[in-house]
Design a protein around this ligand. Structure first.
Ligand SMILES: [Cu+2]
Length: 196
Protein backbone atom coordinates (compact mmCIF):
# COMPACT_ATOMS: atom_id res chain seq x y z
CA UNK A 1 0.00 0.00 0.00
CA UNK A 2 2.75 2.46 0.93
CA UNK A 3 4.56 1.51 -2.22
CA UNK A 4 1.38 2.14 -4.25
CA UNK A 5 0.93 5.58 -2.69
CA UNK A 6 4.58 6.41 -3.36
CA UNK A 7 4.12 5.36 -6.98
CA UNK A 8 1.05 7.57 -7.37
CA UNK A 9 2.88 10.51 -5.80
CA UNK A 10 5.86 10.06 -8.11
CA UNK A 11 3.56 9.80 -11.13
CA UNK A 12 1.62 12.94 -10.18
CA UNK A 13 4.89 14.78 -9.57
CA UNK A 14 6.32 13.68 -12.93
CA UNK A 15 3.21 14.84 -14.77
CA UNK A 16 3.03 18.15 -12.96
CA UNK A 17 6.71 18.75 -13.76
CA UNK A 18 6.14 17.99 -17.44
CA UNK A 19 2.92 20.04 -17.55
CA UNK A 20 4.56 23.03 -15.96
CA UNK A 21 7.46 22.89 -18.38
CA UNK A 22 5.21 22.50 -21.43
CA UNK A 23 3.32 25.67 -20.61
CA UNK A 24 6.44 27.84 -20.72
CA UNK A 25 7.60 29.81 -23.74
CA UNK A 26 11.00 31.45 -24.09
CA UNK A 27 11.23 34.20 -26.70
CA UNK A 28 14.30 34.76 -28.86
CA UNK A 29 14.59 37.86 -31.01
CA UNK A 30 16.36 37.79 -34.36
CA UNK A 31 17.75 41.32 -34.17
CA UNK A 32 19.86 41.63 -37.36
CA UNK A 33 22.88 40.00 -39.01
CA UNK A 34 25.32 41.89 -36.77
CA UNK A 35 23.62 41.57 -33.36
CA UNK A 36 22.31 38.09 -34.22
CA UNK A 37 20.02 36.28 -31.82
CA UNK A 38 18.98 37.76 -28.48
CA UNK A 39 19.50 36.22 -26.03
CA UNK A 40 22.38 34.37 -27.66
CA UNK A 41 22.00 31.60 -25.07
CA UNK A 42 18.41 30.81 -24.14
CA UNK A 43 17.54 28.44 -21.32
CA UNK A 44 14.28 26.66 -20.53
CA UNK A 45 13.07 23.61 -18.60
CA UNK A 46 12.31 20.31 -20.34
CA UNK A 47 9.23 20.85 -22.54
CA UNK A 48 9.80 24.59 -23.04
CA UNK A 49 8.67 26.12 -26.32
CA UNK A 50 11.37 28.34 -27.81
CA UNK A 51 9.93 31.04 -30.08
CA UNK A 52 12.07 32.92 -32.60
CA UNK A 53 10.74 36.18 -34.05
CA UNK A 54 12.45 37.92 -36.94
CA UNK A 55 12.54 41.60 -35.94
CA UNK A 56 14.84 42.52 -38.82
CA UNK A 57 13.78 43.77 -42.28
CA UNK A 58 15.47 40.86 -44.12
CA UNK A 59 15.10 37.05 -44.05
CA UNK A 60 17.02 34.90 -41.56
CA UNK A 61 16.89 31.23 -40.57
CA UNK A 62 17.01 29.37 -37.27
CA UNK A 63 18.77 26.12 -38.09
CA UNK A 64 19.88 23.56 -35.54
CA UNK A 65 23.42 22.42 -36.30
CA UNK A 66 23.99 19.25 -38.30
CA UNK A 67 24.12 16.35 -37.94
CA UNK A 68 21.38 16.38 -35.27
CA UNK A 69 19.39 19.01 -37.25
CA UNK A 70 16.34 19.09 -34.98
CA UNK A 71 14.84 22.18 -36.65
CA UNK A 72 15.35 24.40 -39.69
CA UNK A 73 13.07 27.30 -40.55
CA UNK A 74 13.47 30.32 -42.82
CA UNK A 75 11.73 33.42 -41.46
CA UNK A 76 10.75 36.48 -43.45
CA UNK A 77 10.66 39.82 -41.68
CA UNK A 78 8.07 39.83 -38.91
CA UNK A 79 7.54 36.08 -38.88
CA UNK A 80 7.87 33.65 -35.95
CA UNK A 81 8.71 30.00 -35.46
CA UNK A 82 8.14 27.91 -32.32
CA UNK A 83 9.88 24.68 -31.39
CA UNK A 84 9.18 22.68 -28.24
CA UNK A 85 12.25 20.90 -26.89
CA UNK A 86 11.26 17.80 -24.94
CA UNK A 87 14.77 16.50 -24.20
CA UNK A 88 17.44 17.88 -21.87
CA UNK A 89 20.55 18.87 -23.78
CA UNK A 90 22.44 21.73 -25.33
CA UNK A 91 21.44 22.69 -28.87
CA UNK A 92 23.66 24.96 -30.97
CA UNK A 93 21.98 26.62 -33.94
CA UNK A 94 22.74 29.27 -36.56
CA UNK A 95 21.41 31.27 -39.50
CA UNK A 96 22.35 29.63 -42.80
CA UNK A 97 22.43 33.01 -44.57
CA UNK A 98 24.74 34.81 -42.13
CA UNK A 99 27.39 32.48 -40.73
CA UNK A 100 28.32 34.73 -37.81
CA UNK A 101 24.79 34.44 -36.43
CA UNK A 102 24.89 31.64 -33.86
CA UNK A 103 23.01 30.78 -30.70
CA UNK A 104 22.40 27.98 -28.23
CA UNK A 105 19.29 26.59 -26.59
CA UNK A 106 20.00 24.95 -23.23
CA UNK A 107 17.62 22.57 -21.48
CA UNK A 108 18.83 21.38 -18.06
CA UNK A 109 18.29 17.90 -16.67
CA UNK A 110 15.98 17.77 -13.64
CA UNK A 111 16.63 15.91 -10.38
CA UNK A 112 14.19 15.52 -7.53
CA UNK A 113 14.25 15.85 -4.58
CA UNK A 114 17.32 18.08 -4.19
CA UNK A 115 18.49 16.31 -1.03
CA UNK A 116 17.92 13.08 0.87
CA UNK A 117 19.59 10.18 2.59
CA UNK A 118 21.71 7.27 1.44
CA UNK A 119 19.44 4.66 -0.11
CA UNK A 120 16.61 7.09 -0.85
CA UNK A 121 15.12 7.27 -4.37
CA UNK A 122 15.87 10.26 -6.56
CA UNK A 123 14.21 10.91 -9.90
CA UNK A 124 16.54 11.93 -12.70
CA UNK A 125 14.33 13.40 -15.43
CA UNK A 126 15.80 13.74 -18.89
CA UNK A 127 12.75 14.29 -21.09
CA UNK A 128 9.02 15.00 -21.22
CA UNK A 129 8.44 11.99 -23.47
CA UNK A 130 9.66 8.46 -24.08
CA UNK A 131 12.39 8.74 -26.70
CA UNK A 132 10.87 8.88 -30.21
CA UNK A 133 11.73 6.14 -32.72
CA UNK A 134 15.43 6.18 -33.58
CA UNK A 135 16.33 8.38 -30.59
CA UNK A 136 17.75 7.51 -27.16
CA UNK A 137 18.99 9.34 -24.06
CA UNK A 138 22.37 9.11 -22.37
CA UNK A 139 22.92 10.14 -18.74
CA UNK A 140 26.25 10.83 -17.06
CA UNK A 141 26.87 11.36 -13.38
CA UNK A 142 29.73 12.43 -11.19
CA UNK A 143 30.42 12.56 -7.51
CA UNK A 144 31.68 15.84 -6.09
CA UNK A 145 34.16 17.33 -8.55
CA UNK A 146 35.19 13.92 -9.93
CA UNK A 147 35.05 13.10 -13.61
CA UNK A 148 31.84 12.49 -15.52
CA UNK A 149 31.10 8.84 -16.12
CA UNK A 150 28.39 7.06 -18.08
CA UNK A 151 25.45 6.07 -15.89
CA UNK A 152 22.62 5.23 -18.32
CA UNK A 153 23.40 4.89 -22.01
CA UNK A 154 20.84 4.52 -24.79
CA UNK A 155 17.70 4.54 -22.64
CA UNK A 156 14.19 5.23 -23.95
CA UNK A 157 12.53 6.16 -20.63
CA UNK A 158 12.06 9.83 -19.76
CA UNK A 159 13.47 9.31 -16.29
CA UNK A 160 15.65 7.04 -14.23
CA UNK A 161 15.82 6.32 -10.51
CA UNK A 162 19.01 6.90 -8.58
CA UNK A 163 19.61 5.31 -5.18
CA UNK A 164 22.87 6.66 -3.77
CA UNK A 165 25.02 4.21 -1.83
CA UNK A 166 27.16 6.91 -0.25
CA UNK A 167 26.97 10.48 1.05
CA UNK A 168 28.07 13.48 -0.95
CA UNK A 169 27.04 15.62 -3.87
CA UNK A 170 26.00 13.82 -7.03
CA UNK A 171 25.53 15.65 -10.33
CA UNK A 172 23.78 14.53 -13.49
CA UNK A 173 23.66 15.64 -17.11
CA UNK A 174 22.10 14.11 -20.20
CA UNK A 175 21.76 14.37 -23.95
CA UNK A 176 19.62 13.02 -26.77
CA UNK A 177 21.18 10.86 -29.50
CA UNK A 178 20.01 9.53 -32.86
CA UNK A 179 21.02 5.89 -33.11
CA UNK A 180 21.19 5.72 -36.92
CA UNK A 181 24.07 8.19 -37.33
CA UNK A 182 25.26 8.91 -33.79
CA UNK A 183 24.13 12.56 -34.06
CA UNK A 184 23.64 14.04 -30.61
CA UNK A 185 22.93 17.17 -28.67
CA UNK A 186 25.56 18.65 -26.38
CA UNK A 187 25.34 17.69 -22.72
CA UNK A 188 22.59 19.45 -20.79
CA UNK A 189 23.35 21.87 -18.00
CA UNK A 190 23.92 19.69 -14.91
CA UNK A 191 21.84 19.48 -11.74
CA UNK A 192 22.94 18.16 -8.36
CA UNK A 193 21.56 16.42 -5.33
CA UNK A 194 22.94 16.41 -1.82
CA UNK A 195 23.05 13.01 -0.12
CA UNK A 196 23.34 13.14 3.68
CU1 LIG B 1 20.63 35.68 -40.89
Amino acid sequence: MRRAIAFILVTVLAFSVAGEARAATVSISIVNQFAGFSPKTAKGAIGTTFKWTNNDSITHTTTQNAPLSLWNRSLMSGHSFSKTINFAGSYPYHCTIHKNMTGTVKVPIRVSPSSGSVGASFSVIVAAVTAPAGMVYDIQRRKGTGSWTAWKTGIKAMKATFRPASKGTWSFRSRVRRTSNGARSGWSPARSISVK
